[in-house]
Design a binder for this molecule. Structure first.
Ligand code: ATP
Ligand code: MG
Length: 223
């Protein structure tokens, strides 16, 4: 039986994202949540067609799914779901979490994991109120995104939603997929920023070469 269909777990974390590509920032955040919240497992859910990013800028779902699988395969409590990739149309978290609630049953504790940058956008998501009825949220700290903004955001939520929103401090890794795409495009190293199997996949498939990128991406970042 696929691990995807095991239903005996009762505390499950779901990490949604574009994962274009997945990197060690995602993995360390997920592992920290797993440990701090004593979860049974973490499920990575690559967005099929991210609702908030224009399609033309996003690498094909198949490549993002493959890289996410490769990056997480060495961790026995990580797995990857293709539910959003397999679904037609824009990927809405509410549809995804309804699916997982059906799969794991009414008693399971479901947590949706985001970085502190992404969590403040939740009120703009489709049926955000409904989402709070299905799962709790865990925000992972992220370099460059002050945690104070997260607390300010949380403080103005209705009490029930505020209680459903936790934060976890993760070892700071200032890595982002956009920076990785720029690095590959200009021929800079991504070694140690991305798990090796995902790095190999990027080069084997010629992902993020400059032909797919903006002119702005080609410019080196000045410090
Ligand atoms: P992009 O630069 O393309 O937006 P990203 O690095 O932010 O890519 P996403 O796929 O957008 O990656 O992120 C998925 C989730 O992982 C989001 O909730 C995001 O906040 C979180 N996340 C991404 N990078 C980190 C990091 N370095 N530390 C903690 N959380 C992170
Ligand atoms: Mg992002």
């Amino acid at each position: 039986m696929s691990r995807d269909l095991e239903r005996s777990d009762s505390r499950i974390g779901f990490m949604g994202g574009t994962f274009d590509p997945i990197h060690h920032g995602h993995l360390v955040a997920a592992e920290s949540v797993y440990e701090n919240f004593t979860l049974d497992r973490i499920v990575f859910v690559p967005a099929g067609s991210p609702a908030h990013k224009p399609d033309s800028r996003v690498t094909s779902a198949r490549h993002r799914l493959n890289m996410t699988r490769l990056a997480s395969e060495s961790n026995p409590h990580f797995e990857v779901s293709s539910v959003e990739v397999d679904r037609e149309g824009p990927s809405y978290t509410i549809d995804t979490m309804k699916h997982f609630r059906r799969l794991y049953g009414p008693e399971a504790d479901l947590y949706f994991i985001t970085g502190v940058d992404a969590v403040v956008q939740i009120p703009e998501w489709k049926n955000a109120g409904g989402l709070f009825e299905i799962c709790k949220f865990i925000a992972a700290t992220r370099p460059g995104y002050p945690t104070e903004n997260f607390f300010r955001f949380r403080d103005q939520l209705p009490p029930k939603q505020r209680r459903a929103m936790k934060v976890v401090a993760v070892p700071a890794l200032a890595i982002s997929s956009s920076d990785l795409r720029r690095r590959v495009c200009r021929g800079s190293s991504i070694k140690y920023l991305v798990p090796e199997p995902a790095e190999d996949y990027i080069y084997a498939h010629g992902l993020y070469d400059c032909s797919e990128q903006d002119e702005a991406v080609r410019r080196p970042i000045a410090f």
